[in-house]
Design a protein around this ligand. Structure first.
Ligand SMILES: NC(=O)c1ccc[n+]([C@@H]2O[C@H](COP(=O)([O-])OP(=O)(O)OC[C@H]3O[C@@H](n4cnc5c(N)ncnc54)[C@H](OP(=O)(O)O)[C@@H]3O)[C@@H](O)[C@H]2O)c1
Length: 228
């Protein structure tokens, strides 16, 4: 499948590498291709994109608009402060497509842990869906670290949960296919895009656990009498 991964950070790199390994035709989207490819300084937890791109020659790199134009499915992993501007500018290229939104609405302006920019009665997932009314937005993967998103078995058994939310069932079915190909066994569909509120409000708990464990490589397992 032709897949666009919008974002050059650790999430974009993780999904693009895994999807390419799974033999999809992958294009990473960025603001400025030359600038992205010229990066040689690694981030705090990320390979420098220029170095990463050389290590993944099968993955193409294009502007956000070019990457989205021919894609059959779009994975979006853009910083919260930029995502709505970026998506608004390429709205036409996203019409009718499935867009998997991984963005957590984080504001680092007051230090760490970051605050949520939206919560309780709205969410980034809903904001993305309102911005792109013709696009089938699925909120998924945002509750775990990039490494676990694409390799749930890196935690051992893989017996833990991925959550998703979205208005379009066929779009969620497509997302489930991708998640299963990554190795996810337990996928809980929480309902329509309003459920993105809960998925994004997981972040403060995630940050507490991260601080306690000193590691981002963990996840949640839902245990229920209903036999989930
Ligand atoms: N890191 C994780 O493990 C993790 C886990 C769950 C959810 N998330 C969420 O996933 C998203 C991506 O996270 P990340 O750590 O991979 O990368 P990130 O650094 O949050 O975002 C990288 C992408 O955002 C674009 N961007 C940043 N600032 C911009 C601006 N002012 N204008 C236009 N574009 C801008 C960058 O464009 P260029 O390509 O041009 O540089 C790049 O493509 C975030 O929303 C994050 O909250 C991350």
């Amino acid at each position: 499948m032709k897949i666009a991964v919008l974002g050059t950070g650790m999430v974009g790199q993780a999904h693009a590498a895994k999807l390419s390994e799974l033999k999809h035709d992958v294009t990473v989207g960025t603001n400025d291709v030359d600038k992205a490819l010229a990066r040689t300084e690694p981030g705090r937890m990320t390979e420098a994109f220029g170095v990463w791109a050389k290590q993944h020659p099968a993955v193409k790199v294009a502007t956000f608009a070019e990457a989205a134009k021919d894609a059959q499915l779009v994975i979006e992993a853009i910083s919260a402060d930029a995502v709505i501007d970026v998506l608004s500018a390429i709205k036409d290229q996203l019409d009718g497509k499935v867009l998997v939104d991984i963005t957590n609405p984080l504001d680092f302006s007051q230090g760490t842990p970051p605050r949520l920019t939206v919560s309780n009665d709205d969410s980034m997932g809903e904001t993305v869906q309102r911005t792109l009314p013709q696009t089938k937005v699925v909120k998924a993967f945002n509750t775990v670290n990039a490494r676990i998103q694409v390799d749930p078995k890196s935690l051992g058994s893989g017996d833990h949960h991925l959550f998703m939310a979205g208005n379009d069932q066929a779009a969620k079915d497509e997302t489930v296919k991708i998640a299963k190909a990554y190795g996810w066994q337990n996928i809980l569909d929480l309902g329509d895009i309003k459920s993105a509120r809960g998925l994004e409000m997981v972040f403060p708990l995630w940050a507490e656990i991260y601080a306690k464990l000193g590691s981002a490589v963990f996840n949640y397992k839902i245990v229920s009498q209903e036999g989930i």
